[in-house]
Design a binder for this molecule. Structure first.
Ligand code: AMP
Length: 391
């Protein structure tokens, strides 16, 4: 089975984007002629009570939902399918047409992303079964970070051990950082090559990146998406010795520690909830734990903003994106407070406006712009996919 043969006609301008996670499959169908979103949806609770049985059933449901709307997988207008794949390692540094060999390559990377890559692989396999003739493209979360120089991506551990096991910083959320850094340049009225930006992708997962002239030069996530900022349920940065301490003193085994740091830490671990909206409500009711969680979250964010200002030297814009970054004026205000000495001045009224488009929230006097740019990961994946499928 080869994904390289195309049977669709020249009028095929639609791309189906599949984001197959461990317990859900999200999809969007886009028309690349005008970037219009024709359909989108999610099948949740895969393998759980009340949900569908497995990924095959989930993809069949996606296919049925699309067919009901006359947009089925068999449609001649469908040009290609784009799959989000979390880990591309050092091998996949750009969008890649999926062949049996590429699929085997993604499978080899499972040890680096045991929570994510298997679900991505299942999504690819099932979609290829449903439409074996259609070009299918893997778009990797790590790819945009492939340009990070070695001084920034190498960990200071024994070099031979690191090389042998592929231990280095890879970075994630790459499609979002790529899209948002480009869109920020556009908002500034400049070409991506002319601007330096810090992108803060603050969703349930969260990461920061430093982008110089359109090229990523540093990022907060590492070997896995656990490193860096405080997230909904992930700890972000901590002293690696915490792991030894939990094993030796608390008696936790490695899987329990993995689960503690990935699923029961971050905002959830600090105050019992991982949703920034709920934390805002609790802070308004003088909940001290919620306030502390917010403060820890913001403190970490400010550390990275400061670090990436030093990495870049000159910064044209700090850009907020994803669920928290796009919607929480309180997080933006707290993260940017008191940075006038670095040329960052937020405009409180602009920041408070609830709007959906890309916009500035800095004052006219701010020499570093602060912007909100809604991320569009599916559109970015669709563009990469379409460009490759058309050859
Ligand atoms: P994402 O992963 O980008 O979908 O972001 C999800 C997160 O965005 C949720 O867990 C919320 O914490 C956060 N979020 C969404 N809407 C708001 C809002 N209006 N205010 C604060 N946080 C929000």
């Amino acid at each position: 089975m080869s994904g390289g043969t195309r049977t669709s006609g020249p009028a095929a301008t639609r791309v189906l984007v599949i984001n197959s996670g461990s317990s859900s499959v999200k999809y969007q169908l886009l028309d690349m002629a005008d970037d219009e979103r024709l359909a989108s949806g999610v099948v949740e609770r895969i393998g759980e009570p009340g949900g569908v049985a497995d990924h095959m059933a989930a993809l069949r449901q996606v296919s049925a939902e699309l067919a009901e709307r006359g947009l089925g997988l068999d449609s001649p207008e469908l040009a290609a399918v784009g799959h989000r794949v979390v880990h591309g390692g050092t091998r996949f540094t750009g969008p890649t047409l999926i062949t049996d060999q590429v699929l085997a390559g993604i499978e080899e990377l499972v040890p680096l992303a045991p929570l994510h890559n298997p679900a991505n692989i299942t999504g690819i396999k099932v979609t290829r079964e449903l439409r074996p003739d259609l070009p299918q493209v893997a778009v990797f979360d790590t790819a945009f970070h492939a340009t990070i120089p070695e001084a920034a991506h190498r960990y200071a551990i024994d070099a031979a051990t690191a090389d042998r096991y592929g231990i280095r910083r890879y970075g994630f959320h790459g499609t979002s950082h790529a899209y948002v850094s480009r869109a920020a340049a556009e908002l500034l009225g400049k070409a991506p090559a002319e601007v330096n930006v810090i992108v803060l992708h603050l969703g349930n997962g969260a990461s920061a990146s430093a982008v110089r002239g359109g090229v990523c030069v540093d990022t907060s996530m590492g070997l896995t998406p656990l490193e860096g900022l405080v997230m909904g349920t992930r700890s972000g940065d901590l002293d690696p010795a915490v792991v030894f301490h939990l094993a030796r003193v608390a008696g936790l085994d490695i899987d329990a520690i993995d689960s503690l740091l990935n699923k029961k830490s971050g905002l959830l671990g600090l105050c019992g909830v991982n949703d920034m909206r709920e934390i805002g409500h609790r802070m308004a009711a003088d909940d001290e734990r919620a306030q502390l969680a917010f403060d820890v979250y913001v403190h970490r964010l400010r550390r990275y903003v400061g670090a990436f200002m030093a990495v870049l030297g000159r910064v044209d814009a700090v850009v907020f994106t994803a669920g928290v970054g796009e919607n929480s004026a309180a997080v933006r205000a707290a993260a940017m407070a008191g940075l006038e000495g670095f040329g960052i001045v937020l405009d409180p009224e602009r920041n408070a406006v609830r709007a959906s488009g890309a916009r500035f929230v800095s004052a006219d006097s701010s020499s570093v712009a602060v912007a909100v740019v809604p991320t569009q990961e599916e559109l970015e994946i669709a563009r990469d996919t379409y460009a490759l499928a058309r050859g």
